[in-house]
Design a protein around this ligand. Structure first.
Ligand SMILES: [Zn+2]
Length: 191
């Protein structure tokens, strides 16, 4: 089941020349709607609770706008309510909501993916291209144990000499005096 163009136009209150119709379409075509789906716990049969994230067109590095709303599923799909965190978002009829709804004129509402809290955080970080340490990535946080590692320079040297027996330092340790002295290399490694 898809949202009908008539229902979309009725809800958004626009005409084909309306700014929010035109801008909504370009937001969607430019793929600024980075997340669109439904919230799991409220996905009951007669309505869908929506959740989406939309990049700020003029400031894609800032936090995306959050879109929330509800679609009623009867013999057809009707828009019950929509909200967006942008400055015009309280009206529920801003260009971001328009883009979100246009997506479901094109696609079946049954194909709406279920969005988890992890998805919300992950998509935000990924699409804003922030540098995030692995330990803070939502999919890894909580799974990482921190361990203190101590490195002993002598055992590292032993390891390399054992595995690279033809290296200058390994040869030198075996009695070839052409290479650098062991003590010099150990001192270098400790720096
Ligand atoms: Zn908005």
């Amino acid at each position: 089941m898809k949202l009908s163009i008539i229902e979309y136009m009725n809800y958004i209150g626009g005409s084909k020349n309306s700014k929010c119709v035109e801008e909504g379409e370009s937001i969607l075509n430019e793929q600024h709607l980075i997340l669109a789906g439904k919230v799991r716990e409220t996905s009951c049969a007669d309505y869908i609770t929506l959740y989406g994230l939309c990049l700020q067109t003029n400031a894609p590095n800032l936090n995306p706008y959050e879109i929330t709303g509800k679609l009623l599923l009867g013999t057809s799909v009707t828009v019950s309510s929509m909200l967006c965190t942008c400055k015009d978002g309280n009206s529920g009829k801003c260009k971001h909501v328009s883009a979100f709804l246009l997506k479901y004129i094109r696609e079946d509402v049954e194909t709406l993916e279920v969005i988890s809290e992890t998805d919300k955080k992950w998509v935000t970080q990924r699409d804003l291209m922030k540098d995030v340490p692995v330990a803070e990535m939502p999919c890894f946080s909580g799974k990482i144990k921190k361990t203190k590692i101590t490195i002993d320079a002598d055992s590292v040297l032993d390891f390399f000499c054992r595995n690279l027996p033809t290296s200058t330092i390994a040869m030198h340790r075996k009695g070839n005096t052409k290479g650098p002295s062991t003590n010099t290399v150990v001192e270098e490694m400790k720096k």
